[in-house]
Design a protein around this ligand. Sequence first.
Ligand code: NAP
Length: 350
Amino acid sequence: MPTAVVIGAQGVIGRYIVEKLASLPAWNVIGLSRRKGTDATRVRHISVDLLDLADTRAKLAGLAEVTHVFFAAFQPGSGPAADYAKNIAANLGLLVNSVTGLHRASAKLERVVLVTGTKYYGSHLGPFKTPAREDDPRHAGANYYFDQIDWLAAFQKGKRWSWTELRPQTLCGFAPGTAMSIISVIAVYASIRKELGLPLAFPGKAWSSLYQVTESAHLAEAAYWAATEPRCANQAYNITNGDYFRWQHVWPAIAKVFDMPAAAPQQHALVEFMADKALLWDEMVKKYGLKPYRFSEVVAWPFGDYVFNCDWDVMTNVTKSRQHGFHAAVDSGEMFQRLLARFRAERIVP
Ligand SMILES: NC(=O)c1ccc[n+]([C@@H]2O[C@H](COP(=O)([O-])OP(=O)(O)OC[C@H]3O[C@@H](n4cnc5c(N)ncnc54)[C@H](OP(=O)(O)O)[C@@H]3O)[C@@H](O)[C@H]2O)c1
């Protein structure tokens, strides 16, 4: 029976991988994170600080049945989201401590799936060659993905298991309480504008650039494929919904989900616009009987500013994953409406 460890099981990626594997009849799943998730049939969670080596060694030592590892843990740095890629020590430490511990614990390990992202190509720094292919050169400068990939490839050498790297772009999922999610950003931004009687103005410069996203459930399907497909051994893949869009074309339908008019772009930083809105949010939580998420835990506004101000084309090429057997695709416009409607239906926003 395959046994998976999902590292970062409470995140906007990890919780979907847990859900995907738990839906398969034959898999056992162990989730790792500092917060402890809810256990279910064939799913158990272990609370561990993976940057605490002693804690990690003690808690992973008994996991002798592990066959597949999915790494989606992450720690942002401080400041603008475009600078998160420079947070090398913490993000390399999370990978090294967990994968070393699991390799020592289990002789049954077959595949380690590492989630990185399109920032590999410098998509966060400015215009880059598009659509980017997996064998395109890395961008110049620091990026913890490079340290993670290089460490994993070197550590795997001579071992019986193999690795696969997946490069998604701007994850879209239902993961309330996980702030770094563009769906939470849009949902809370729209609700606050509506409460203030304002139309849904697009908050940035990226209005007419080409963009792409990856639905979390789609990435979870890809992670399962990557973990079990022999052709994925020691390979990297771009994983996106498979389409491209411009915000100007999806924005009116997004506004419709909130029953409010869309408006042309307004150049204000979300970080500044939202700086004094925490009290309003608390009032809205009470007034509309919303789930009690604090303003700071429901949205990371620097992440919104980052996504809505990439006024250059962000496109990767997913042909390699298709050629190696992953054929699923998602309609991004329909996805925004579906996920945002769920935020309303589940009382995260009014
Ligand atoms: N989100 C996106 O739009 C996006 C897009 C492209 C690529 N990516 C990449 O995907 C990777 C995962 O990011 P994500 O967005 O899924 O992150 P996330 O939603 O913030 O989740 C991070 C996970 O890591 C866990 N974690 C953090 N520090 C930990 C520690 N010391 N010990 C144990 N667990 C710890 C967190 O749980 P606890 O806090 O409970 O510990 C959480 O489960 C990153 O490399 C990111 O760059 C993300």
